[in-house]
Design a protein around this ligand. Structure first.
Ligand code: TXA
Ligand code: MG
Length: 312
């Protein structure tokens, strides 16, 4: 595996890969991102697989401009002011998701908010324009490792797990974007980063600081980030449905299941189906769901983490 110097031709190829659901690492002004089509759960599942994250954390979706961002999240005047001042650039806005969103549940980790960023790097911008879809991209490093600021760092960490690495030189900021959540008139700093707090506050006034223990979970009443959880009761590691339950299967044994996360027993396919299937069973009015055992390896760990929390 080697990287490809960014050029019109290689960016065009990379955009085709993204559109087709593959993984492309690309430079932004902050750090290199591991990008996938944010509209396709199966593509987003590959990101979690490549990074080896034990959880489905919410990802930042990258957009070509503010207009494209407005189709995904609800902008209040305060959010507009931040976008006007700092986009394109190292600022991520976490906003309530809006009706017209095309970003999948898995990229949002089932939250009712969405993280949006318009990057300034010219390679990232060309890639977004050509791909024609929002691109979900965490930093392009294995979970728990340092964020990459050069194409070679990406190759060292992720190597063959990526379909293509675009080389656009060293990142100028070298730190991840600053993450700010804006809901209504309230704004919280969720993650300090490449855009200084002083610069932000000069534009929108004092930001609230998120709770130290749970930096990405604002604590004010009514402002908590909320994960989608099914209405139905969940029973995990079930061999079969009992009276009153519907069965959510996994693997060939789940043939008589109401729904099967993956008849082939493919964990990536199961991850891609998870949120959508839980939602559909809810919509069908299921009151209790029995879920087949999911092997606790690879993406199975993140699936089980999610199921355990939904079962509480
Ligand atoms: O500079 C960056 O931000 C890089 C480049 C590639 O754009 N990306 C990046 O992504 O650092 P990642 O996935 O490593 O970090 C995403 C951050 C996490 O702290 C996550 O918790 C937060 O954004 N985040 C994303 N969606 C969120 C949401 N809906 N609510 C709260 N926090 C969210
Ligand atoms: Mg990261």
């Amino acid at each position: 595996m080697k990287s490809h110097p960014a050029s019109r031709e290689t960016i065009h190829r990379a955009a085709g890969l993204i559109a087709a659901g593959r993984l492309v690492a690309f430079p932004t002004e902050t750090v290199y991102g591991l990008g996938a089509n944010a509209e396709k759960p199966s593509a987003v599942a590959r990101i979690f697989e490549a990074k080896g994250r034990p959880r489905f954390n919410p990802l930042i979706s990258h957009l070509v401009d503010l207009e494209a961002a407005r189709r995904q999240g609800r902008f209040t005047p305060r959010a507009e002011a931040l976008a006007d001042a700092f986009w394109p650039g190292p600022l991520t806005l976490v906003l309530p998701v809006c009706e017209t969103t095309t970003i999948c549940d898995l990229a949002r980790a089932g939250l009712d908010t969405v993280a949006l960023r318009v990057p300034a790097h010219s390679v990232a911008r060309q890639l977004l324009e050509e791909a024609g879809c929002p691109v979900a991209a965490p930093s392009a490093n294995p979970s728990e490792r340092l964020s990459p600021t050069r194409a070679n760092d990406v190759l060292d960490g992720l190597g063959d797990a990526v379909d293509m690495v675009l080389d656009g030189g060293a990142c100028t900021v070298g730190l991840e974007s600053t993450v700010v959540q804006v809901i209504g008139n309230d704004a919280w700093l969720l993650r300090p980063g490449g855009l200084a707090l002083e610069d932000l506050e000069a534009v929108v006034g004092t930001l609230r600081l998120a709770d130290d223990d749970t930096p990405d979970q604002p604590r004010s009443p009514g402002q908590m980030r909320r994960h989608y959880a099914p209405q139905a009761r969940l029973r995990l590691n079930a061999e079969a449905a009992r009276e009153g339950e519907v069965f959510l299967g996994f693997g060939p044994d789940g043939a008589n299941a109401e729904m099967n996360l993956s008849a082939k027993g493919d964990l990536r396919e199961a991850a891609a189906n998870l949120f959508g299937f839980l939602r559909r069973l809810d919509e069908q009015g299921a009151t209790a769901i029995a879920v087949a055992p999911i092997p606790n390896k690879g993406l199975g760990r993140a699936i089980n983490d999610r199921l355990v929390r939904a079962a509480r």
